[in-house]
Ligand binder design. Sequence first.
Ligand code: TRP
Length: 361
Amino acid sequence: MKKIILTGDRPTGKLHLGHYVGSLKTRVKLQNSGEYDEIYLMIADSQALTDNFDNPKKVRDNVLEVALFYLACGIDPKKTNIFIQSQIPALTELTFYYMNLVTVSRLYRNPTVKQELNLRGFEESIPSGFLNYPVSQTADITAFNATTVPVGEDQLPMLEQAREIVHSFNRIYGDTLVSPKELLPDSSYAKRLPGIDGKAKMSKSLNNCIYLDDSDEEINKKVMQMYTDPNHIKVSDPGQIEGNVVFTYLDVFSTEEHFAKYLSDYNNLDELKAHYQKGGLGDVTIKKFLSNILCEIISPIRNEYNKLKNNLDYVLEVLENGTKIANEKANATLKLVRKSMGIDYFENENFKKEMQEKFKN
Ligand code: TRP
């Protein structure tokens, strides 16, 4: 069986460092691993509309934004098909058929949906499109016969629901759809990078993000504001590592090469941590070090992003080509689905024969 990846993002804002460690970096690695036969990366604008239906401009404005960051981070359109969800009509049709295979109470029980409902304050007036987005996500995945779906932990309930739908479909209509598996980021930090304020998640609405196009000055300013250890007041005070955002980030990003380059008094992070815990190491030193590292990581992405901003023709061409290929693939799956469901009247000569049989007296 072919190994196929499908994954995507809702275009609702600029991408940040949390996206970089949580998904973008992994996608580039997977793309370049040579282990996958096909890779699809979807800008999920239809899904973004399920909770932004009253703000279509926000979605429209962020489609290219997300595409620019994909390309700037090293997604190579020759290896990865980038496409726009709403431009693939087959996805909508598949969603409609799959809706029959899921109960409303099952949709309400989806933990991610539950959490998002609270977050958005929909309460009693939940748009049915929003409640149904796990079904639409199943269409996204199955349309491409995806075997592998690289996602964050919060998407696990979506994958579980997708597998349930696939199994129901195959049981009722015959073996047609491929059952997908999630692929989680390997490091536990990468699953969820905290915001600069120490809150569990880096998120635009919490205003605690470092964006992938932030200037060196902005990065530096944000790192200087980072939450450390509130009891580490004087340099000589012993400092705490746990819950100290600077160290959480250093755990994720720092390498021995960074120490050699920017902080050669220490060989590695263990030595730095030991000194901090003992006392005698100030926050400014560790923050400057982190800032240097983050600038080193972000500056090539930012430069590429700025170049692409001035070359939108190229970006649009990438999306148009990717969307064309995605349509071919999704239409092929839709054809099989219709056949399995017996709604392929004009494409199947048996239909006429069966009906002749039925009406013969
Ligand atoms: N739900 C994902 C997010 O919020 C986006 C998405 C849409 C997706 N369809 C998908 C992810 C299919 C993986 C597979 O970021």
